[in-house]
Ligand binder design. Sequence first.
Ligand code: VGL
Ligand code: ZN
Length: 210
Amino acid sequence: MTKALLLIDIQNGFCPGGNLPVAEGDQVVAVANALMESGHYDLVVASQDWHPANHGSFASQHPGRKMFELGELSGKPQMMWPDHCIQGTDDAEFHPDLDLARIDHIQKKGLNPEVDSYSAFRDNDQAALTGLSDWLKDKGVTQLDVMGLATDYCVKFSVIDALEMLPGVEVRLVADGSRGIDPQTVQAALSDMQAHGARLITSASVLGNA
Ligand code: VGL
Ligand code: ZN
């Protein structure tokens, strides 16, 4: 059994003080560090939202659109986000307390201005892959634990893609290691992930068995 931990977008931009802050987003950092230090995982991967300044998911690129309303990008419905995680800015950096030395592989995503990429595995239109599924297959990963920010967007899409793109791999969501943008969509996201076959676990269950 090869066990991997996938840390989703634990970046300044999604923590209090960031450009797209998730309530208590910074509280997942201690969970991530404890899991990485537990010795349970053979591999640790971190995704990093990494947008060009003109990314089409930004309300600023759509005159007349407001933030957090539904707009359009390349002909498809798209949530209008504040400018966030722009390449090379402090907002796009990992949280300063995250133990980067224990991360084996960083997967950047969201580079194409024409399409958003919530999932660490592929763009929202499912056309272009990031390469992460091949990387994990290459390593022979059989169990993938996912946690991070935000539960109702990038965590959810990453978990569902992992279940679809890595057949046979056990995919588990570390619930206490994740925080979401909107409590209502968080509830729906948890049900959705479970309906696709994800197991919900707590970090304590991993730390107890490490
Ligand atoms: C995310 C919205 C836009 C996330 C990224 O990491 O969940 N959400 N970009
Ligand atoms: Zn983004």
